[in-house]
Design a protein. Sequence first.
Length: 202
Amino acid sequence: MNPRGRPRDPMIDDKVTTATLTLLAANGYSGLRVDDVARTSGVAKTTIYRRWPSLASLAVEAVARSIGDRTFIPTDDPVSDLRAVCAMLASSINTSSSSWLAVALDLQQHNDQALRTYYRERIIDPPRLMLIEALTRVQQAGRLSPAASPDGWATFLIGAAIYQVVVLHAPMTPATVSDVLDGITTTPKTPLTRNPTNNSQC
C-alpha cells in the first residue's frame, strides 16, 4: 500500500505507460507531453505526476513495462544458462521490436543527462550485467573462447542482436542464437586416458 494507506491501482499504471509508449512511438521523446499522456490515457495529470515525478522517469518506465520481466535463476550448467539468458533476451527483442526497441533507441539519442542515466540504470544495465554474469560463469568453467572477455562478448552479443533486428529487420531465431553461441563456447576437454600396460615379466 502507498503511504496514504490506499492500494495502488495497477490499471492506472497500465493505461499511462501504454499511452506513453504509443505517443513515444509516434512523436519521439522530444514530442512527449504529459498533457497528451493524460488525454490519451484518461488519467489526471496530478495522478501521473504523483507516480512519475519527471518526464524522463515516465518514458523509461513505459519502456521497462513493455519489456516485461527479465529475471533468470541460474542452474548448475553455465553453458545452458548462457543459452537460456540469450534466448530470453532475444525473445524480448523479437516480440516487441516494433514498439519498445525503437522507442528505446530514440531515448538513447537525447542529451538529457537525467534521462540517459535513468535509461541506462533501468533498461541497459540489468540485462547486460545478467549476460556478463552468465558469460563469466562459462569462462570460469573453461568453456568460453579466449578471444574476448565476458564484457567484450556481452557487447558483441547485444550489438549483433540489435543489428539483426533493427538493420536487417530479421528476428533473432533460436537457430541464430545457437549458431552464435556455438562460435564463442568450447566443448569440454576429454581427459586423456592411458592404455594399461602389462608390467609382468616373463
